[in-house]
Design a protein around this ligand. Sequence first.
Ligand SMILES: Nc1ncnc2c1ncn2[C@@H]1O[C@H](COP(=O)(O)OP(=O)(O)OP(=O)(O)O)[C@@H](O)[C@H]1O
Ligand SMILES: [Mg+2]
Length: 458
Amino acid sequence: MSAAPDIVLVDDDAEVRHAYGQTLELDGLAVLPVAGAAAALKLLSPGFEGVVVSDVRMPGMDGFAFLDAVRRLDADIPVLLITGHGDVPMALRALRAGAWDFIEKPADPVLLVETVRRALEQRRLVLENRALREEAARDDAAAEDVWAARLIGRAEPMQRLRRTLAVLADTRTDVLIFGETGTGKEMAARALHDFGRRRAGRFVAVNCAAIPENMIESELFGHEAGAFTGARERRIGKIEHAHKGTLFLDEIESMPLAAQTRLLRALQERSIERLGSNAEIKVDIRVIAATKVDLLALADEGRFREDLVYRLNTVTVRLPPLRDRREDIPALFRHFVEAVAARDGVPARPVEPAALAALMRRPWPGNVRELRNAAERHVLGLEEAGAPDAFPPPPAPMPAGGTSLEAMMDAAERQLLAEALARHGGRVGQCAEALGISRKTLYLKMRKHGLERDAVED
Ligand SMILES: Nc1ncnc2c1ncn2[C@@H]1O[C@H](COP(=O)(O)OP(=O)(O)OP(=O)(O)O)[C@@H](O)[C@H]1O
Ligand SMILES: [Mg+2]
């Protein structure tokens, strides 16, 4: 008997085994005859590629008990029960109990073969579907791994972020990425491009804050020779350059209003005109814009075109600040330590658990970038990770809220509080004392600035 029978034939009557077995074998099927249900069960396993034909009345385990056991092993293995001739109630019972079909004794050879062949075909389809589903699940898991290796973080908001990005990657939908400094906006944009359908095209990044106001339109749209003073030669703009690829507009909040108007038109028409030309050039681009500030709030102040916001934010992806996913800090820190060590060809300095705990308590106003810089200093041996004053926060950045006195004072206050909290390992009592304010005032200010108090109690 071959190792993989098409049919396991169970009957206590040797004559029946012989007769039925012969009928099926004459039709080219591989039959494994077995005298008892218990023995037959040992021959089956989940994923068995054949079908079972079994008598109902047998000493020991009867056909119904056997059927039940097979179904518990693999509910999709077709079981054909052989019932007594004219025994309608038993046949119905067999079907209700989950038998695939029943065959009346004595079986008509043609009917027997036909029924068994149908059951085999059914079995083949079920197993094929199962294999396809498993393969798809493996593909999904592999895709998830690719994203997880790039955008590190097990915290819930990061998992959600990766799922969203994975869906968006294969679309042409324009995306607005919103997040504080250093949260990984550019990284997310690059991943959207690299793992998406446009990966064969270019990823063209434009930092709207870094280009002088009078240059931005020619940067984006290009110009013809002589379009303006100093435009000696024709120049292809970034938008045209990104044709069939991705245009990443970083710090879009800094884009001057005139350029916004032109950009809006380009996005609506999906075509541009170079400066100094009326010729329309069709462009197939996907736009990803990144911002650190709420564009609708800017629009309220008249500093951003509201219609452009709605054009850009078809989908808004929010990157969580590091303080909202502190559980990711150890993995990120270790990752950066390894990466820096590999880059510089130096040993990765170990990180003590206590140091990691201290790192998890810091406020990290500079988010992941600040953490990466800290890891770099750790590898270089410049600082002891987690020591109270190991990582002085970076100098106060330009306040995001603007340059009014109030906005600057707010930013300075936030910075001072973050520093003080870091210095005291997040101990609110000590911190309040050092600052000469009450705990309550400190709490209120922390809440106002979105600074988290951490686990350390004093
Ligand atoms: N989830 C992450 N996993 C691994 N590295 C990350 C992650 N998020 C950010 N980084 C790293 O942190 C640094 C800052 O990220 P990125 O430049 O994308 O931030 P950003 O939001 O664009 O910052 P900014 O607003 O200041 O421009 C980069 O070195 C990036 O590789
Ligand atoms: Mg950036």
